[in-house]
Design a protein around this ligand. Structure first.
Ligand SMILES: Nc1ncnc2c1ncn2[C@@H]1O[C@H](COP(=O)(O)OP(=O)(O)OP(=O)(O)O)[C@@H](O)[C@H]1O
Length: 625
């Protein structure tokens, strides 16, 4: 079963024709490939049908003494009835020419469909990824990362078979049916009408199946997403799994999710496999009935409701065409199955791309394009209240404070008090429910996200590092646009330069997945270097030195003091010595500010802060005793 806590990715509000919408949105630039492919496939199928027609005409010319009537060819080219060998060679050459056109048309169609498929998939993949990374953070609170990855990977790959194979198969089916009907009508229009009467039966049968298969395909993709999400979290937390010998538990969870996926797939296949034999049965019955009518007509005369004559040379190709129709009908169920599966994938991709994004400003090389640049970095919270979408209580309630330009403010409070939430609101990662947050007097809702965030250097509690070199991770803070010397300077400020030079490959050392080849303290300091490398106007350190010993922390603070001196800085810390020298300290409790002042003022006030301080001093005394 799917994890109930995570929302389903499928966008049920999506258009009824999500695949058509994808082609319209992303396929326009390559529509000439699509047109070329459809045209080649149509020519291939239509011309390919001429061989049987030619053979039928040859039969009547050779055995029934009828003239060789070949439409579109000048009479002077056509052999007369007195030249049977020439007739045979002539028709044989035409059949070879028809097959050559068919082979060439088929190759051209395959090539063009392939190019179109790869180009449109590239655009969808890149756009879907970009849309995903611009979704608001609460989207990722509500959906599992593995599920989103499954949409960006599995579901987009699923579309490959739609663009590269299914469109061509559909064209083939349509053209085959149209061509067969045209050729059959030319041979005998009355028998062709009889064959057409099978159409409504087949249409009703297949629409019944597709209506039932579609929700089952949605279920398949949902279960696949859930399985992927589980695989991702299990492997992501492999260290914890091993430490708690949780392998058997993880195995059971994956086994159960895989079983759910197999069941969902089985439910949809079980229905789909009945479709092909039923189509075949209807087509076979019609073929037999046509054969019976045709034989009776040739031997006895026209049956009731039929008039005129029918020759063997007409009936034989007619039956060949009917047989050729049954082939696409046999494939119709596979095409419908593939189509519903691709439609389910498209709805999930739509679930990623269609929704509220962060309103990113045009990606500009400099902030001047956006019309706003943070200058004084004066930050003000006014009566800010915020609930997480899945939280019962507000994480922040009626919070008001102002940080003057160049000031350092410390934020302390018990775990879960709302400290990190406050800075996430300042970064615009979430939007407050009530109240306003301003920078330099401008509501941050009106400041383009890119401009806002490029003005803020942020070190969060995770100190997440990318699986790349130390240099890459530090330079990331400035979009990679910094010199090696700037990277080293940032590392010095963060007190990690010496540690880096002692690594095997210095700044070129690969830090491993999430930086696991480094110590927690090294990771935090590299994250600080990343935050300061671009010389941001505002610096936010959220538990940025919690893994660093107090001596190293003091060194970092001394080194950062120059940097911090002329910029607005917000330091969140549990260790109160970290914020002791701040210009102002805010004490948060249960989402509200309960005390504010300098270290000395708060000690004198003798409230929550003083109690916390005394406890920490007591711990320090106990440890040194
Ligand atoms: N993404 C989230 N979705 C739902 N609730 C959240 C989310 N992040 C935090 N919360 C809740 O919001 C409240 C405030 O969390 P926050 O992380 O701001 O606290 P904090 O003071 O920074 O805690 P700590 O010192 O432990 O980091 C907590 O009750 C927490 O459970």
């Amino acid at each position: 079963m799917m994890d109930e806590a995570a929302a389903d990715l499928t966008n049920d509000a999506s258009t009824d024709y999500p695949l058509l919408e994808l082609v319209r949105q992303y396929g326009r630039a390559d529509s000439h490939y699509l047109m070329g492919a459809v045209g080649s496939a149509a020519v291939k199928s239509f011309i390919g049908f001429a061989d049987v027609f030619l053979i039928g005409i040859a039969i009547d010319a050779l055995f029934n003494d009828q003239p060789l009537a070949l439409p579109l060819l000048p009479d002077a080219w056509i052999p007369t009835a007195t030249e049977p060998l020439l007739t045979l060679v002539f028709v044989g050459t035409l059949v070879i020419a028809v097959n050559a056109v068919t082979v060439f048309g088929g190759a051209l169609a395959e090539f063009s469909f392939g190019v179109f498929a790869q180009r449109i998939l590239h655009r969808i993949r890149v756009h879907a990824f970009d849309a995903a990374q611009h979704r608001r953070l609460d989207y990722f609170d509500a959906h599992r990362t593995g599920d989103v990855m499954s949409a960006l990977n599995d579901d987009i790959n699923q579309l490959e078979s739609f663009f590269a194979v299914l469109i061509s198969a559909t064209v083939w089916i349509v053209v085959t049916l149209v061509a067969a009907i045209v050729y059959m009508s030319v041979l005998n229009w009355q028998l062709a009408v009889f064959v057409l009467l099978s159409g409504p039966f087949i249409a009703v049968l297949n629409s019944w199946f597709s209506r039932r298969i579609e929700p089952l395909q949605d279920g398949v993709r949902r279960e696949r997403g859930a399985l992927n999400a589980l695989l991702e979290t299990s492997l992501d937390g492999i260290g914890v799994v091993k430490a708690f010998t949780g392998e058997a538990h993880e195995y059971d969870r994956v086994e159960s999710a895989s079983r759910d996926h197999v069941r969902a797939r089985f439910r949809s296949r079980r229905l789909a496999v009945r479709q092909a034999p039923l189509n075949r049965l209807v087509a076979g019955m019609w073929l037999l009935a046509t054969l019976a009518i045709g034989v009776y007509w040739i031997l006895v005369g026209p049956p009731v409701l039929f008039t005129g004559s029918l020759t063997t040379g007409e009936l034989v190709p007619f039956l060949f065409y009917m047989e050729r129709i049954t082939l696409p009908l046999k494939n119709l169920s596979g095409v419908i199955d593939g189509y519903t599966s691709a439609k389910a994938a498209a709805k999930r991709i739509d679930g990623v791309t269609d929704g509220e994004s962060e309103g990113e400003c045009e990606i500009a090389d400099d902030t001047s394009n956006s019309g706003f640049a943070v200058e004084n970095s004066h930050v003000c919270f006014e009566n800010v209240t915020f609930h997480y979408s899945n939280g019962a209580q507000p994480a922040i309630e009626s919070v008001s404070f102002a940080v003057e330009s160049g000031e350092t403010v410390g934020v302390v409070g018990a775990t879960g008090a709302g400290k990190s939430t406050a800075v996430k609101l300042l970064l615009g990662l979430y939007d407050s429910d009530d109240g306003t947050i301003t920078i330099d007097g401008e509501d941050i809702r009106n400041v383009p996200v890119r401009c806002l965030r490029s003005a803020i250097g942020y070190v969060n509690q995770d100190a997440f590092l990318f699986n790349d070199t130390v240099r890459y991770n530090i330079a990331y803070g400035a979009d990679g646009a910094v010199s090696d010397e700037q990277v080293r300077e940032a590392a010095r400020l963060a007190g990690v330069h010496d540690d880096i030079t002692e690594l095997l490959r210095g700044y070129d050392t690969e830090v491993g997945e999430r930086g696991t080849s480094l110590s927690g303290g090294q990771r935090q300091r590299i994250a600080i270097a990343r935050a300061v490398v671009d010389d941001p106007e505002i610096l936010i350190l959220d538990e940025a030195t919690s893994h660093v010993d107090t001596k190293t922390e003091r060194i970092i603070q001394d080194q950062l003091s120059d940097l911090v001196a002329d910029r607005t800085t917000c330091v969140i810390a549990h260790r109160l010595s970290t914020v002791r020298t701040a210009d102002r300290i805010l004490v948060l409790d249960d989402g509200e500010i309960v005390e504010r002042g300098t270290h000395e003022e708060l000690l004198e006030y003798d409230g929550t802060y003083a109690t916390l301080w005394n406890v920490q001093i007591g711990i320090a005394d106990a440890s040194t005793a």
